[in-house]
Design a protein around this ligand. Structure first.
Ligand SMILES: [Zn+2]
Length: 371
């Protein structure tokens, strides 16, 4: 009798697992990418971050985590570039193991090309290697808010400096190895300084070719390791013709790079204020694309519905390029988690925590209804 009962329970558990796997498979074909892009936690914040993955992300069927690591890792190839008290292999391994357990892919991120400074602060790469600065004549210490006389938003490295890739690719390789990743996110958004008139290497060159050259170089490097590059999509959209403007699209002609970069690049198409239909543009150009919302839950739901509609109403060649939704968080991971566990924030009409809660509910509903 006991034996029969055990067999019954074993069969029941086995069947439940199979059903769950079948549902997950169904959800993956309905919406392949259900992602979150967020800064990597501090060393002290790792436990809380793991709890969030285990108790919130995994049960809500998230399957991609883009982690902005930047200088928050104890790089061995270039220890001089580490932030103080960075994540070590030990913490990263805990994150990697937990994500593997729940089939969550990780794409580590370092901002390449642009975003090398913020307001008065110059980040590690240009601080330690000022010779890579595309605009050394623009001083971050003179930053006086945006817009300012120098047009400074954030600095870029010079993509044609002969030494820069040796260093940044060493960092990329370390992260890909420690995160056991086959996706790498290089940021590359909001690059306002490119092909500067005063740069001895870039002045007078075509900005679209410079941008495309850098994207191609990074993808080619990743291809040698069977990995794929993800970038934000804004530099590839024509800001003037579309009226989308200088932030979430390009007003300095980099948009023509869309026809010059490798098709395996994965586009993260961020739009926070409206459900712009630009995913269609990327898919028609042959790229895999995910739409990326931020603080407006209502917009995020429109974007999710658009994505599902695009997948249904496209040719077989196009449909699978509409890969899904990647929610974004632009505060630090530790402060986001504080918000996430605060009911007022998750019920606000505008907050990243509220957007993520709404998407979680949608994914759970889709999973439960076998969509
Ligand atoms: Zn240059």
């Amino acid at each position: 009798m006991k034996h029969t009962l055990f067999s019954f329970i074993a069969i029941l558990l086995f069947s439940t697992t199979l059903w769950a796997q079948a549902d997950e498979k169904k959800l993956n074909s309905t919406l392949p990418v259900r992602g979150l892009a967020i800064a990597a936690p501090s060393v002290q914040g790792v436990d809380q971050f793991l709890k969030f993955i285990e108790e919130e992300m995994a049960p809500a069927h998230f399957n991609l985590l883009i982690l902005r690591v930047d200088w928050n890792y104890a790089y061995e190839s270039h220890p001089e570039l580490r932030d103080p008290n960075p994540l070590t292999k030990t913490e990263v391994k805990r994150i990697v193991d937990l994500c593997k357990k729940h089939d969550i892919r990780i794409a580590p991120q370092i901002n390449l090309l642009g975003h090398q400074s913020w307001a008065e602060t110059t980040y590690s790469l240009l601080r330690l290697y000022p010779e890579f600065d595309e605009t050394p004549h623009v001083k971050t210490e003179n930053y006086s808010g945006w817009p300012n006389p120098d047009g400074l938003y954030c600095k870029s490295y010079c993509p044609l400096h002969p030494e820069v890739h040796k260093i940044v690719f060493a960092l990329v390789d370390e992260l890909m190895e420690v995160f056991d990743a086959d996706l790498f996110h290089a940021g590359m958004d909001e690059v306002f300084y490119i092909g500067d008139d005063k740069c001895p290497r870039c002045s007078g060159r075509d900005k679209a070719e410079l941008y495309a050259g850098e994207v191609t170089k990074i993808q080619n490097h990743l291809s040698t390791k069977n990995a794929r590059l993800m970038i934000w999509g804004d530099r590839l959209i024509d800001g003037k013709t579309t009226g989308i403007g200088e932030w979430e699209a390009s007003m300095n002609n980099t948009f023509r790079a869309i026809d010059l970069i490798p098709k395996e690049v994965f586009i993260c198409d961020w739009h926070y204020e409206r459900a712009d239909q630009t995913a269609v543009y990327f898919a028609m150009k042959g790229f895999d694309v995910a739409t990326c919302p931020w603080r407006k839950p209502e917009i995020a739901i429109e974007q999710l519905n658009d994505m599902l509609r695009f997948r249904t109403n496209s040719t077989a060649a196009m449909a699978d390029r509409f890969q899904g939704i990647i929610a974004t968080v632009w505060s630090g991971a530790d402060s986001f988690l504080k918000n996430y566990y605060n009911q007022e924030e998750t019920q606000a009409t505008e907050s990243d925590a509220a957007t993520i809660k709404r998407l979680m509910n949608e994914y759970k509903k889709m999973h439960a209804s076998g969509l």
